[in-house]
Design a protein around this ligand. Structure first.
Ligand SMILES: O=C(O)c1ccc(O)c(O)c1
Ligand SMILES: [Mg+2]
Length: 627
């Protein structure tokens, strides 16, 4: 409801709102109480919208339109809204006559002016006669009334022209309002695209930094307003949605500053408004550790898989039931502290924390907070390292640990070494082929309604770029996956999630999450792990026949992959070999990956094969039982 939205918007730190007509019409609040609530919340009402189908109509209809406008001006007076948005007409009664459109808009602006109201004219991308920003600007100039100006909406502009020019030449005094929305490139009807698929800045593929830079270079000083029609966002809690919105706006402002006014930038005229400037992102050096919660059922499955993969239990937390497992730069923390309960007798285990190595952990945390991340209370006991942590939108804890030259408390100091013989193989031994190195990537499951927000969170807070994108049919439905990583590729976070909630026919288990460890010899790693008793996830024969058809690998290589259940991918930069464990507990598995050459992805093409294999493995006992 309107009240919930207003509270959410204020809490996220916005200064003002547009009131969308329908929100008001269905609201039980009087316009006066909406005005009072906004004032209480510190929000200005910057725009009332939309006023439709006004211009270029026959005289009789024009008179009726003016009367309709007067009633809306009454309402705006009660609301205290000073600007109305008039969008270009779709009326079947309208005629293709710019002169008439300008004349009637001028009459409207006269009436508005008399009541201290301004009219912002917006070209809808699907407007009947006016559907480009240039055309709306011509009409506004032709009408030439001080109370008539332009509303620019990035969606309408960029959906028609991905690289517009000339926006920076518009007279700033005529730029009344700016609406910002991103969108994925979709080949579809533009009205449907606009009303269902808009996204917050940075979540789609529009070049919003360039567009905003042009508007600011024109001298625009008004609000940066997010107007985002999206089926998923409509259904999400307005609180987190407003935070996602603000985070994306802060990131956009930073991107504009970097691109336009930063060192070596092209250098358009500086904006007259101040742009958000979060502390710059310090360099990240990779994953410090990943923490899993485990329970009595899942812990033995996880620890035997780790042992078989060559990990050693090297540390025990000084004050909590938490174990450290290590090998060659990969650190896995197992936490039995949580009160997780098994879902289906297999036990639960899930990723609860990601720790990244930062060249400046304090600044990483300050940046995160400037980007509206929720700081987490420090988990600090005697002798424990003081780690700065924030919560990601899905609740995953994100820790910043000192890396490189950065000084600071070492999180490893929280762990007492496990005596040789007491833990499992306390000394991981010297480097050898097949030994696992660093964590290559971590894959987190994201519910669909959090997907875009989580992407924005990790990309903006950690300054990561999108590295991979895939959509595939999986046993339980369509899955979307995206990987973000830093420029050097040392830190990668993959996210995936089903598009729709699963039906009752599917098992009520959550989507799997995994940790992938890097090796420089995946074949040796697989053989060693098998020798130590690991059950590698079995991959179908059909997969290897398909690989043969697609890539014609050397027959001996193909048979080795088939024998060891190693998956394969390649791109223009290199090759990728990987294998997985079965599910450990209901939702976690491990993966071992080898990158050859500069392969950039993370084997997403094989995800449906892997998912089917996990499903097959998960259901074998059930099938046997029912047979
Ligand atoms: O979809 C629409 O009708 C609509 C209405 C008002 C806007 O500002 C807009 O961009 C689109
Ligand atoms: Mg708009």
């Amino acid at each position: 409801m309107l009240e919930d939205k207003l509270r959410a918007v204020a809490a996220a730190g916005f200064d003002g709102v547009e009131i969308f007509e329908n929100d008001l019409v269905v609201s039980a609040m009087t316009p006066e109480s909406v005005r009072a609530l906004c004032a209480d919340l510190g929000l200005t009402i910057d725009l009332y919208q939309p006023f439709r189908d006004f211009e270029a109509v026959p005289d009789g209809l024009h008179a009726a339109n003016l009367r309709r406008a007067e009633r809306k001006f009454d309402l705006m007076e009660r609301l205290g809204a000073g600007t109305v948005l008039v969008c270009s007409t779709l009326s079947p009664h309208a005629v293709d006559d710019d002169g008439l459109a300008a004349q009637q808009l001028r009459a409207l602006a006269d009436r508005a002016d008399a009541r201290g109201i301004r009219v912002a004219y917006e070209a809808l991308a699907w407007g009947r006669f006016v559907n480009s920003w240039e055309h709306s600007w011509q009409i506004v100039r032709r009408a030439d009334h001080p109370a008539l100006g332009l509303c620019l909406d990035s969606f309408h502009v960029l959906s028609r022209d991905p690289a517009p020019t000339g926006v920076d030449t518009v007279d700033a005094a005529k730029l009344f309002f700016l609406q910002l929305a991103d969108a994925p490139r979709l080949d579809m009807d533009v009205l449907q695209w606009s009303r269902h698929h808009r996204l917050f800045p940075g979540q789609g593929s529009f070049d919003l930094p360039d567009f905003l830079a042009q508007v600011l270079a024109a001298g625009y000083e008004g609000p940066l307003s997010l107007e985002v029609f999206n089926d998923v966002f409509r259904q999400t809690d307005p609180g987190p949605a407003a935070v996602d919105a603000m985070r994306s706006l802060v990131a956009l402002e930073e991107a504009v500053s970097e691109r336009e006014y930063g060192y070596g930038a092209a250098g358009r005229a500086r904006p007259r408004v101040e742009l958000a400037a979060p502390p710059p992102a310090p360099g990240l050096l990779g994953h410090a550790f990943v923490e899993l919660t485990v329970d009595d059922e899942s812990a033995p499955q996880i620890t035997s898989a780790l042992s078989a993969l060559g990990f050693a239990h090297t540390g025990r937390h000084r004050s909590k039931p938490v174990e450290l497992w290590q090998q060659g730069g990969s650190n896995v923390v197992l936490n039995r502290d949580g009160n997780t309960t098994g879902t289906d007798g297999t036990g639960t285990a899930e990723v609860v924390a990601l720790a990244v190595e930062s060249r400046d952990p304090g600044q990483s945390a300050r940046r995160a907070e400037a980007l509206l991340a929720t700081p987490l209370p420090r988990r600090r006991g005697p002798e424990e390292a003081e780690l700065t942590a924030v919560a990601a939108p899905d609740g995953t804890q994100l820790f910043f640990c000192p890396g490189g030259e950065a000084r600071g408390p070492d999180w490893r100091a929280d762990f007492a070494p496990v005596a040789a013989g007491e833990g499992v193989a306390a000394d991981p031994g010297p480097p050898r082929p097949g030994r696992l190195g660093r964590i290559d990537h971590v894959a987190l499951a994201q519910p669909n309604d959090q997907f875009a927000g989580s992407m924005t969170f990790y990309q903006s807070v950690l300054d990561l770029r999108e590295r991979d994108f895939a959509e595939y049919g999986a046993p339980f439905g369509l899955v979307r996956s995206r990987t973000v990583g830093n420029v050097s590729g040392e830190l990668r976070i993959a996210m995936h999630g089903a598009l729709l909630r699963r039906g009752g026919w599917a098992p009520s288990v959550p989507d799997p999450e995994h940790i992938a460890f890097a090796t420089d010899d995946v074949f040796a790693a697989a053989r060693d792990a098998l020798e130590r008793g690991l059950e590698i996830l079995p991959i179908t024969d059909n997969y290897y026949d398909d690989l043969d058809a697609r890539y014609a690998p050397e027959p001996r290589l193909l048979e080795t992959m088939r024998g060891l259940n190693i998956l394969y991918d390649r791109d223009e930069h290199g090759e990728f070999f990987h294998f997985c464990t079965g599910l450990l507990g209901s939702r976690v598995f491990f993966e071992v990956v080898q990158r050859v050459g500069g392969y950039r992805g993370d084997g997403a093409v094989n995800a449906p094969v892997r998912m089917a294999a996990h499903r097959q493995a998960r259901h074998v006992p059930e099938q046997a039982a029912s047979a």
